[in-house]
Design a protein around this ligand. Structure first.
Ligand code: KIV
Length: 273
């Protein structure tokens, strides 16, 4: 069966390519987008993975955290972003409360893939989430896991703080990373953990790690697109770099980000914990 309506001049980047990139030590460049315009901007500048993140609750809706984002909202933004993306692998976040058990997880994830156009869904955490990761992966929904600082755990963590400092905390994260990979996750986001811990995890896992505030040795890097352009007006996290400053255009800023990640120039030591 041949696909109709696809633009054959821009073959989409499929999951096996991400796995090849890890084994060939080619960095994966990722960023968030929430609409067709930003999706197209990232896509035409060769960003490999575009995440429709539930961070939209904060950067688009102006809330203090991500907890109020619904599946319907994620669907709306995933559909919109998908219209702008031709090449990159599109990942949709599963919002808070949408993956309490495997069957509910599948119902929501299938909508994000089937109606929204995502090729993968992202779930924060391990523990009870492992059953859902396994259930989805077994049913042909590729999963991106997310560990370290998991923003949906903001109340338990007591804020948006660096995780994995100290031996016990590091060991908890090490065990969780092995568990999500064993459960069937295909990709792992590591957020705000010491660079040395992320490097060790990246070496030990068969799946690609994508870091945000996790140092230069992850298999790839991700930034919230508004941070990449310096649009934030609050306290700027240490791992953020404004690529628009000094660039001639938004396209040039994204192109600079892509080059900086691929070459290993970003993140620099000042962006790491
Ligand atoms: O929601 C989001 O944007 C994310 C990234 C920060 C990884 O989870």
């Amino acid at each position: 069966m041949y696909a109709t309506g696809a633009d054959s001049s821009t073959p989409p980047l499929r999951l096996p390519v991400l796995l090849d990139m890890k084994s060939e030590a080619r960095k994966i460049v990722a960023a968030t987008a929430y609409d067709a315009t930003f999706g197209a901007l990232l896509d035409r500048n060769q960003v490999d993975l575009i995440l429709v993140g539930d961070s939209l609750g904060m950067v688009v809706e102006g809330r203090a955290n991500t907890l109020s984002v619904s599946v319907e909202t994620m669907l709306y933004h995933t559909r919109a972003t998908a219209r702008g993306v031709k090449r990159a692998l599109l990942v949709a976040d599963m919002p808070f409360g949408s993956f309490p058990d495997p069957a509910s997880s599948f119902r929501h994830a299938a909508r994000l893939v089937g109606e929204g156009g995502a090729s993968m869904v992202k779930l924060e955490g391990a523990g009870y989430v492992l059953d859902s990761i396994h259930y989805l992966a077994e049913r042909d929904i590729p999963v991106c896991a997310h560990l370290g600082l998991t923003p949906q755990s903001v109340h338990r963590l007591g804020g948006f703080k660096v995780q994995g400092r100290g031996q016990d905390a590091a060991e908890t994260i090490r065990q969780a990373t092995s568990a999500v990979a064993a459960a069937g996750a295909s990709v792992l986001v590591l957020e705000c953990i010491p660079a040395s811990l992320a490097a060790e995890i990246t070496r030990s896992l068969p799946i690609p790690t994508i870091g945000i505030g996790a140092g230069p040795d992850c298999d790839g890097q991700i930034l919230v697109c508004y941070d990449l352009f310096g649009f934030g007006n609050g306290r700027r996290p240490r791992f953020v770099k404004n690529f628009l400053s000094g660039a001639a255009s938004a396209d040039a800023a994204v192109a600079d980000y892509v080059v900086a990640v691929r070459s290993g120039a970003f993140p620099a030591p000042e962006h790491c914990y």
